[in-house]
Design a protein around this ligand. Structure first.
Ligand SMILES: Nc1ncnc2c1ncn2[C@@H]1O[C@H](COP(=O)(O)OP(=O)(O)OP(=O)(O)O)[C@@H](O)[C@H]1O
Ligand SMILES: O=C(O)[C@H](O)[C@@H](O)[C@H](O)[C@H](O)CO
Length: 238
């Protein structure tokens, strides 16, 4: 998706954050791409706490996915707000930052996770407007400048500015399918992979900044080292 929202918003590389603000590294991507593995490895390498956004889904979302039903924007919107809130909470106890594994499949979802300010009126379609409205309703006081009907004209899921980066393990469908098929206990069955891939908006094609792609065909150690090197090049880490 290329939208009118990102034109001016992505000029600000990491939301409202400055170099002094805590770091938020989100390892994103479709089910089975290795988010949890890489996220935990990055957190260990950077001595940061690690959270898995799968643990923050409401039971109804997990039930849906277990039943083989893909989540909708409406299912994901409150969850995304919660993930951003938990990131803000985590940096209250560790001021350096936090690493989170979170699918973050669409550009609009990543905007919520970045805490970007996007006017609902600027959302390119009704689905995105609904996501932004949900985020705003969760934080009605974050931006008191009121828009129509008393709803603040900007959303900000959390008070904290976080330097937000997206690390994206990506690669061929057959590799993803093989990895998902090997996991017998996981609630997400391999049959869900195609809907995940259909929903994914690759952040390297949307004009988004602070995106770190890594190959799912590399070992966990190679992925970690590649991500750290790219984060260094982006001045995210020393
Ligand atoms: N670089 C890698 N090389 C080989 N196998 C890997 C690699 N990274 C992860 N795996 C394996 O692939 C499977 C999926 O990994 P992981 O659980 O980290 O993915 P995920 O994106 O967090 O999945 P989900 O979101 O569906 O829970 C696991 O069995 C894991 O051990
Ligand atoms: O946005 C989504 O559809 C979900 O977050 C999924 O991606 C799964 O929770 C996760 O990948 C576990 O398999």
């Amino acid at each position: 998706m290329s939208s009118s929202v990102d034109a001016h918003e992505t000029a600000r590389p990491a939301g409202d954050a400055t170099q002094d603000d805590p770091l938020l590294i989100i390892v994103m991507g479709v089910s089975g791409c290795g988010k949890s593995t890489l996220g935990a490895n990055l957190a260990a390498a950077l001595s940061l706490p690690f959270l898995d956004a799968d643990d923050l889904h409401p039971p109804s979302n997990v039930q849906k996915m277990s039943d083989g039903i893909p989540l909708t924007d409406a299912d994901r919107a409150p969850w995304l707000v919660r993930v951003r809130d938990e990131a803000a909470r985590a940096v209250e106890t560790d001021a350096h930052g936090v690493v989170i594994a979170c699918s973050a499949l669409k550009e609009a979802y990543r905007a919520v996770l970045r805490g970007e300010r996007i006017a609902v009126a600027e959302a390119p379609d009704e689905d995105e407007a609904a996501i932004l409205r949900t985020a705003r309703e969760a934080h009605p006081d974050a931006h008191p400048a009121a828009g129509a009907a008393g709803v603040p004209d900007e959303k900000h899921p959390a008070e904290h500015a976080l330097r937000t980066y997206f690390v994206h393990p990506h690669g061929p469908r057959d590799v993803l399918l093989a990895r998902m098929s090997h996991r017998k206990e996981h609630f997400m069955k391999a049959s869900m992979l195609d809907s995940q891939l259909a929903t994914l908006e690759d952040p390297t094609t949307t004009g988004e900044q602070n995106v770190v792609p890594v190959s799912i065909e590399h070992s966990p150690e190679e992925q970690r080292d590649s991500a750290l090197e790219q984060l260094r090049q982006l001045a995210a880490i020393p």
